[in-house]
Design a protein around this ligand. Structure first.
Ligand code: AKG
Length: 284
């Protein structure tokens, strides 16, 4: 689905972003990001496992501290690239060595009405990003087709091999800005040290911020604020309490996903269809 509201000030970046669902940019001087990597180590000195997102941290104070640090550095830099966008949330993403650190293909949550706007995630490595350490992979053009995503309205894209997606090679100082509807993933960290990244989300100044949830056979769209995303912890059951403070602005029946039906009609391997469409458009 194409929208007309520009995300980027630069028209060349905007064109590429609209077509592929992502662009690589020079975000900061490497030295400016070094402090963030050190701050991460101070906040999270203990060894962990898997791929850990600080936005799911149950220590609220620490989660907020992490977000504020990211906002000050990545947030400030990224806002210069955008055409009147605002910061919504930010998290460290620590991919620890080992097979459990795979992040399967997914889209991020739907933060805005995508008929009008794109919500953009700015993902930047804070430690050296080798192929071994697990780079971000993106399915170019997939943002044109993916449906709404909520915290308990998740789609299964595991039939897409991560190796068939575009591997995004970034130096420290660069970032990939992707439309949150774009399918992305990262393989396991096979190196010996954690791979740390920062990921911040931005939406247009005038856009209503959404939280989508599935409840009693319905899809509910809530109008929320930044505070909601700072407080929520990824666990939908505990979010229900928080959501009482916000208004439902739209509700619709949850029916079997139209895209999935389309896939089934076209191919016994659902995402073969997806990849054929994208290939036909010449996006990859
Ligand atoms: O950092 C990674 O490897 C994955 C990040 C990701 O998928 C996300 O932030 O949604």
């Amino acid at each position: 689905m194409k929208n007309t509201r520009h995300a980027f000030k630069d028209s060349v970046l905007q064109e590429e972003f609209s077509n592929k669902g992502y662009v690589v940019v020079n975000l900061a001087e490497p030295g400016e990001l070094k402090n963030l990597a050190e701050a991460y180590q101070d906040l999270y000195p203990n060894k962990e496992q898997g791929c850990v997102f600080s936005c799911h941290d149950t220590d609220f104070e620490r989660k907020l501290k992490a977000q504020n640090l990211l906002r000050r550095v990545i947030g400030e830099k990224a806002l210069n690239l955008f055409d009147a966008y605002k910061f919504v949330s930010g998290a460290f993403v620590a991919k620890h060595p080992g097979e459990t650190s795979v992040v399967s293909p997914h889209t991020d949550l739907t933060f805005v009405d995508n008929k009008q706007y794109s919500a953009v995630a700015v993902w930047t490595p804070l430690t050296e990003l080798t192929s071994e350490a697990g780079r971000l992979h993106i399915l170019a053009g997939s943002h044109h087709y993916t449906p709404l995503c909520g915290s308990n309205l998740y789609r299964n894209y595991t039939d897409i091999a991560i190796s068939s997606m575009t591997e995004i090679d970034l130096e420290i100082g660069q970032a990939v800005c992707y439309d949150m509807r774009t399918i992305h993933a990262s393989p396991a960290n096979k190196s010996l040290s954690p791979r740390i990244a920062g990921n911040c989300v931005f939406i247009p100044d005038e856009a209503d911020l959404w939280h989508i949830t599935r409840q009693d056979g319905k899809i509910l769209i809530y109008s929320v604020d930044n505070d909601f995303y700072s407080r929520q912890c990824g666990d939908e059951a505990s979010n229900q309490e928080l959501l009482r403070n916000y208004r439902v602005i739209h509700s619709e029946p949850f029916e079997s996903d139209l895209l999935e039906n389309e896939f089934q009609r076209n191919n016994s391997q659902p995402f073969g269809f997806f990849q054929r469409v994208i290939k036909r458009l010449g996006i990859v």
